[in-house]
Design a protein around this ligand. Structure first.
Ligand SMILES: C[S@@+](CC[C@H](N)C(=O)[O-])C[C@H]1O[C@@H](n2cnc3c(N)ncnc32)[C@H](O)[C@@H]1O
Length: 246
């Protein structure tokens, strides 16, 4: 039997936000590989082996998936949201690059999913309706100084922004520093959206001006959207217009 490995995005949480092609890949799989909470979203069935692993072992997990596919198994590596946004798709290609001679012939596909920033933006209205960027605030894989440089330049360029991994127990201070960087470049009434656990029963959205934002408003289940200088409220919604005046 010919094996394959598919890296698939499960979306932000709701069953209805999993694409039909991801559902079809899972239905055809012999093995599911991923971080524990994501694998637990997959219903067990006969003929399907679930391989849960801890976070921070992405390369080992990716190499394991490639090795099983090379042996003829049909493997789905699951990520939350979109697998190409701070997730397993890059890890899989890093593992491939490290052992290209061994895995060059493995059939690999990446299936997109709804990323947290898009699910959160849709709940709020259209805050990412003009130019925007996404920044991972975790310093696990990059220096804190680079994070702060990118934040400052994005604020100066007046991008709307989406912050992933804003704050964790291991990194309680980084998000406060990110807010300080924003405060030195943006006006106090700049809108921030704290979107927690979007599309799950614990979903909670809060819109505040930068002057009222505090580090405690974010945790690891929150994506933070920062408006551009043109982002504004209309009724209960927040949106960014499509044009920028001369
Ligand atoms: C390792 S990143 C994975 C991102 C994922 N690949 C995506 O495209 O959404 C994890 C971060 O995504 C964000 N996130 C994931 N699911 C979320 C949800 N349902 N609601 C809000 N933020 C979420 C949080 O910022 C969290 O710390």
């Amino acid at each position: 039997m010919t094996g394959w490995v598919t890296v698939a995005g499960l979306g932000p949480g709701a069953e209805g936000m999993i694409t039909a092609e991801v559902q079809a890949a899972i239905a055809a799989a012999t093995d599911i590989v991923g971080y524990i909470p994501y694998v637990r979203r997959i219903a067990p069935r006969d003929g399907l082996t679930l391989h849960e692993s801890d976070n921070r072992v992405e390369l080992e997990r990716a190499a394991h998936a490639l090795a099983m596919a090379a042996e003829g198994r049909r493997v789905v590596v699951v990520s939350s949201g979109d697998p190409g946004v701070f997730a397993m798709a890059s890890a899989l290609f890093e593992a491939l690059e490290a052992q290209l001679d061994t895995f060059a012939e493995v059939d690999i596909r990446v299936l997109p999913g709804i990323s947290a920033m898009f699910a959160a933006a849709a709940r709020a209205g259209a805050p990412l309706g003009h130019d925007f960027c996404a920044i991972n605030l975790s310093d696990n894989l990059k220096p804190q100084a680079l994070i702060e440089k990118r934040l400052a330049l994005a604020a100066q360029a007046d991008f709307a922004m989406a912050f992933y991994n804003p704050r964790s127990k291991a990194r309680p201070d980084g998000f406060g520093r990110a807010l300080d960087v924003l405060r030195s470049h943006c006006e106090p009434d700049r809108l921030l959206i704290f979107a927690r656990a979007v599309s799950t029963p614990e979903e909670h959205l809060r819109v505040v001006p930068l002057s009222e934002a505090t580090p405690e408003m974010a945790d690891m289940r929150t994506v933070v959207l920062v408006g551009s200088s043109l982002t504004r409220r209309v009724g209960r919604f927040v949106y960014t217009p499509r044009s920028v005046p001369e």
